[in-house]
Write a protein that binds this ligand. Structure first.
Ligand code: ATP
Length: 496
C-alpha cells in the first residue's frame, strides 16, 4: 500500500496548492474541490497524455467535446431518469443521509451497554468487542433508527431557458458517454470511419452523490475521460466475437496505461462484476481497482455496453444509428466497449502512489516520485547566491529559455537545501542551479565556465552541464524518455 494516508495527502495538497476545498472561506461544500496552481498542471498533464496516447496516437480513435446540457430525452433514452438512482436511508434522529449499501461498511458509533454506555467508534462491518452487538442504528450519531431505503435520483435537475416549468427541465450530465452516443452518426458521416473505431471525450460530469467523501475520490462535480469503442458484433477477432476480444484488449491497455505512468502493479487489480452488480445493459464489466488508503476501490470501469445505447437513442429519436457493413451488405448496430476513467480519481491515485517519506542525512525528505510526464513543474531554476545580480540574471534567462518547451519555475526565496526540498515535495524531476562558477567572479579575475548543475529528484545525483547543452539534455530526459543514468554518464558529477 502507498505510504501516504489520506490526511497526509489532503494536507500536502492544500499546503502546496494542488487541491483546495471549494468555497472554503464560506465553510466549504464538502462535495466539490478546486484545483490550485500545481493541481491544475497535474490534472492537465493527466488529460493531455491520456488524449495523446488513446486518441492522437491511434489510427482508430477520434475525439469529441459535447455540451454538458443536452436534450432531456437523452436521459430518458439512456435510462438515467428511471434507473440512475441509489437507495438512501435517513437517520430519524440526526437527519443524516447515507447510501443504504454504504451504511453497513462505514465505521460506526456505538454506545455500549456492557460498558455503562461508553461511546466507541467501531470498524465498518465489525461487532462491538465488548457487547458483541452489530450496528443497527445510525452509523454517525449512534442513536437514531434508519428509515427504510428509498430510491434517490443522482442527476442534478435544472431548467433550460427563462421559465422554471416542467417542460424546461433538463439535467447536468451524470456521465460524458451519452454525448458520444447521440453524436455517433454525425462523427460517422464526418469521418467516414469503418468499424472498429472509437470516440473519446474528456469533460465534467455531475452526480448528486448521497455520501460524497474521501477527498476527491467521490465528489458531486468531477471529470471523466471516456471512450466508446464501436465494434461489429458479427466480426471475429483472435477467434472470438469481436466485442469480447476488444473488451479484453481495452482492459489490458487501460491497466498498463496506469502502471506506465507510475502506479505500482501491486496497488492495481481487476474486479469482475458478477450477478446483481452487472448493469442491465452490460454483457460484462470489469473495474480497475486501486488500493486507496480506505481500501480497494474503483479507479475506472471498462464495460461491454452491447448495442443498448445506440438502440435506445434510435428508438427515442426515430433516427437510424447503424453502420453499413459493405462486405455483408447489411446495417449493423455496433456493440460498444466503454473504458471510463475519472480524472480526479486518477489524480488521487497518482499522488498517493508517488508519495514517499525518506531519510536523507538524518533529515526527513518528502518526495513525490511523479513520472516526468505527470510532474506539474518539469524544471526548477535555482540561483545559489541571490546577492549576485549576474547569477540572478542568468537564472531568469534560463527559465525563460527552458519554459518554452518544459514548464520551468524560478525560485530564489530560500537557501538551496530548502529550495530542493520544496521541489522534491511537489515532484519536480530536475533542478538547475546557477552558481559563482557559472558566471565567474570579476573581482577575482575569474571567468565563468558557462556550466550549471542539474540535480535529479529521485537519486539526488548532480551533474555539471554546459548551458548551451541544456535543451539537448532535457530533450533526451523529458521528451525522449532517456534514463537519467544514461544521460548522467556523459557528464562529470557535481558535488552534492
Ligand atoms: P462508484 O461505484 O464509485 O460510484 P461508478 O461505477 O458509478 O462509481 P461510473 O459510472 O462507472 O462510476 O463512472 C466512471 C468513472 O468515473 C469511475 O470509475 C470514477 O473514476 C469516476 N467517477 C464516478 N463517480 C464519481 C464521483 N462521484 N466522483 C469522482 N469520480 C467519479
Amino acid at each position: 500500500m502507498s505510504a501516504a494516508s489520506m490526511d497526509v495527502i489532503v494536507s500536502l495538497c492544500k499546503r502546496r496548492g494542488f487541491v483546495f476545498q471549494s468555497s472554503e472561506i464560506y465553510g466549504g461544500t464538502g462535495s466539490c474541490w478546486d484545483y490550485g496552481p500545481l493541481g491544475v498542471e497535474l490534472r492537465n498533464n493527466i488529460k493531455r497524455i491520456w488524449w495523446r496516447d488513446f486518441v492522437q496516437q491511434r489510427n482508430d480513435m477520434v475525439g469529441l467535446d459535447a455540451s454538458i446540457l443536452m436534450h432531456p430525452t437523452v436521459w430518458k433514452a439512456s435510462g438515467h431518469v428511471d434507473n440512475f438512482t441509489d437507495p438512501m436511508v435517513d437517520c430519524r434522529e440526526c437527519k443524516r443521509r447515507f447510501r443504504a449499501d454504504q451504511a453497513g461498511t462505514m465505521d460506526w458509533t456505538h454506545y455500549c451497554p456492557a460498558t455503562k454506555g461508553n461511546k466507541f467508534t467501531i470498524k465498518g462491518g465489525e461487532r462491538c468487542p465488548h457487547c458483541g452487538a452489530r450496528r443497527t442504528l445510525c452509523p454517525e450519531c449512534g442513536k437514531g433508527e434508519l428509515t427504510a431505503p428509498r430510491q434517490f435520483n443522482l442527476m442534478f435537475k435544472t431548467f433550460m431557458g427563462p421559465v422554471e416549468e416542467d417542460a424546461a427541465v433538463t439535467y447536468l450530465r451524470p456521465e460524458t458517454a451519452q454525448g458520444i452516443f447521440v453524436n455517433f452518426d454525425n462523427v460517422l458521416q464526418a469521418t467516414r470511419r469503418k468499424l472498429p473505431f472509437g470516440i473519446a471525450q474528456i469533460g465534467k460530469a455531475f452526480r448528486n452523490e448521497i455520501t460524497p467523501g474521501n477527498f476527491i475520490f467521490r465528489s458531486r462535480e468531477f471529470e471523466q475521460m471516456e471512450i466508446e469503442y464501436f465494434v461489429n458484433p458479427h466480426d471475429r477477432v483472435d477467434g472470438r466475437p469481436a466485442d469480447e476480444a476488444w473488451h479484453d484488449r481495452w482492459i489490458a491497455d487501460c491497466q498498463s496505461w496506469f502502471t506506465r505512468y507510475g502506479l505500482d502493479h501491486a496497488n492495481v487489480k481487476l474486479h469482475e462484476h458478477l450477478g446483481d452488480e452487472l448493469a442491465h445493459y452490460s454483457k460484462r464489466t470489469v473495474d480497475l481497482l486501486y488500493r486507496f488508503p480506505m481500501g480497494w476501490n474503483e479507479l475506472m470501469g471498462i464495460a461491454n455496453r452491447t448495442d443498448f445505447d445506440l438502440k435506445q437513442h434510435a428508438k427515442f429519436s426515430g433516427k437510424s444509428l447503424t453502420w453499413f457493413d459493405e462486405e455483408r451488405k447489411e446495417h449493423v448496430v455496433p456493440f460498444v466497449i466503454e473504458p471510463s476513467a475519472g480524472v480526479d480519481r486518477a489524480l488521487l491515485a497518482f499522488l498517493l502512489d508517488a508519495y514517499r517519506e525518506e531519510e536523507v542525512r538524518g533529515d526527513k525528505r518528502v518526495v513525490l516520485r511523479f513520472h516526468p510526464e505527470l510532474a506539474p513543474i518539469k524544471i526548477a531554476v535555482l540561483p545559489l547566491l541571490k546577492k549576485r545580480p549576474e547569477i540572478v540574471a542568468a537564472g531568469h534567462d534560463l527559465r525563460h529559455r527552458l519554459t518554452r518547451r518544459w514548464l520551468t519555475l524560478y525560485d530564489d526565496t530560500a537557501a538551496i537545501g530548502r529550495l530542493y526540498r520544496r521541489q522534491d515535495e511537489v515532484g519536480t524531476p530536475y533542478c538547475v542551479t546557477v552558481d559563482v562558477k557559472t558566471v565567474g567572479d570579476p573581482e577575482k579575475g575569474e571567468a565563468g565556465d558557462g556550466k550549471v548543475t542539474i540535480r535529479e529528484r529521485d537519486t539526488m545525483q548532480q551533474i555539471r552541464v554546459p548551458i548551451a547543452e541544456l535543451e539537448h539534455v532535457f530533450g533526451r530526459l523529458l521528451d525522449a524518455g532517456t534514463p537519467w543514468s544514461e544521460v548522467a554518464a556523459g557528464y562529470p558529477r557535481a558535488e552534492g
